[in-house]
Design a protein around this ligand. Structure first.
Ligand code: AMP
Ligand code: GLY
Length: 420
């Protein structure tokens, strides 16, 4: 099979790496890819959002399966466009990608299908939103409706913060049309966990639970980022806890969409808050998580391509997944200044010594490899260790990082410490 993978982050390098292990696969392309995908796939000079260009390539090259990493092309309707040309593509159609593309759509679906989530109200008028916040005078979370690169959510313990948030979104229009509608919801104080599942619209096959670390600095300090590290599985969830999450927060949604004649096929990712042993959905994403994927797929023994094909053909019933024993930890190495501005084109050194280590994986994110390996983004590398205990994985991942260097490199030193 010829596979096309869309995207350029650590998640996509990890997908390329995993797909390359499938005996079904002859050739992998990655658009646009990064300095790491280049060693296993042919990188294409086509942006992830250039759907027309990607379609032409997929038709010309007779691609057998396209796998979409980031949310933007899904929300733009890439799956519909490929399917209309008879191409196989992994991900939900545009109508359901709205689960991630619109917080209002997602919250309304949760309500319609009785999925536990924070109570919420939707506003299009600034003054009404302001009056509501003043009246509530309690901790709230303010969310721009549309895609805002993970920056459109404001967790506000105090009323002035919530007022500032609606000003930013509705008056200053920081997120443009993504902020035309605003969701204001109750703040739920609990433990956050990510759960990723494959679903063919009917059957749900969960991957391992995982936990992301969104803040830039140790002890959850500093600004929110795309994610500074993750580990899997999350010890906080036992088998019964995961089953409870599937039964309460995934099954009603998957059943509900099927009943409405729009079965959801693809990867569905739940951002879940657990409070008093009860799960609440904070958000659904319609794709693999980043960096969760990098902590999950090294543990997966099953063939990812086969799983994706079964998802698309509606044959997940009876499938069970094989896992390597133990725990995986992924630590993100970032450019100094990230998530704000940072310098690029720093020489990356020290990866050779890790190449022979069986249980250490390095997935590239913001790298290029044309004239040597250089940094090209905020999140640069994902270093992953697999070990039989979480503690050992942590020791090994930080040992591996010792040998890597680029100017102004920084990373969190406490990934998984909370779980330990
Ligand atoms: P979202 O993009 O909706 O997942 O929100 C981003 C982050 O904001 C989440 O990962 C949580 O850490 C936090 N968050 C979102 N909604 C809530 C809520 N209702 N209560 C507490 N924290 C929240
Ligand atoms: N890890 C957060 C995300 O993928 O959205």
């Amino acid at each position: 099979m010829k596979i096309l993978i869309i995207g350029s982050g650590g998640r996509e390098h990890c997908l390329v790496w995993k797909v390359a292990q499938s005996p079904l696969v002859d050739k992998i392309y990655c658009a646009p890819g990064n300095g790491g995908t280049k060693s296993l796939a042919e990188n294409l000079d086509i942006a992830a959002t250039n759907i027309k260009g990607l379609l032409k390539f997929a038709l010309d090259e007779k691609i057998d399966l396209t796998i979409v990493g980031p949310e933007a092309p899904l929300v733009e309707g890439m799956v519909n466009i490929f399917q209309a040309q008879g191409l196989k593509i992994f991900g939900p159609q545009k109508e359901l990608a709205l689960l991630e593309g619109s917080k209002v759509f997602a919250k309304e679906a949760m309500k319609r299908f009785d999925v536990p989530t924070a109570d919420f109200k939707v506003f299009t008028d600034y003054n009404q939103a302001r009056e509501y916040i003043e009246l509530k005078n309690s901790p709230l979370v303010v969310k721009a409706d549309g895609l805002a690169a993970g920056k459109g959510v404001f967790v506000c313990k105090e009323t002035p913060q919530a007022l500032e948030a609606i000003k930013t979104i509705m008056l200053d229009k920081k997120f443009g049309s993504a902020g035309e509608r605003v969701v204001i919801e109750e703040l739920i104080d609990g433990q956050e966990v990510s759960v990723l599942v494959f679903t063919d619209g009917d059957t749900i096959i969960p991957l391992l639970s995982s936990q992301d670390h969104k803040r830039a600095f140790d002890n959850d300090q500093g600004p929110n980022t795309g994610g500074m590290g993750a580990y899997a599985p999350a010890p906080l969830l036992d088998e019964a806890g995961l089953k409870d999450i599937i039964d309460k927060t995934f099954r009603p949604l998957v059943r509900g969409f099927k009943a409405e004649g729009k079965p959801y096929k693809g990867m569905l990712y739940g951002g879940i808050m657990i409070k008093d042993n009860k799960p609440y959905i904070l958000e659904y994403n319609v794709r693999f998580g980043d960096p969760e994927t990098q902590a999950i797929l090294p543990k997966l023994k099953s063939d990812l391509v086969e799983l994706m094909l079964k998802t698309l053909s509606g044959e997940l019933s009876g499938v069970s997944l094989d896992w390597e024993p133990g725990f995986c930890i992924c630590v993100v190495l970032a450019s100094g200044g990230y998530p704000g501005s940072y310098e690029k084109n720093k020489v990356i050194e020290g990866l050779e010594s890790l190449a022979s280590k069986k249980d250490i994986f390095v997935f590239h994110a913001g790298t290029t490899n044309n004239d040597g390996l250089l940094t090209s983004g905020g999140r640069v590398l994902n270093v992953v260790a697999l070990a039989d205990s979480l503690k050992k994985a942590q020791t090994e991942v930080y040992q591996a990082i010792e040998s890597i260097h680029f100017d102004k490199m920084f990373y969190r030193r406490d990934i998984a410490s909370k779980a330990l």
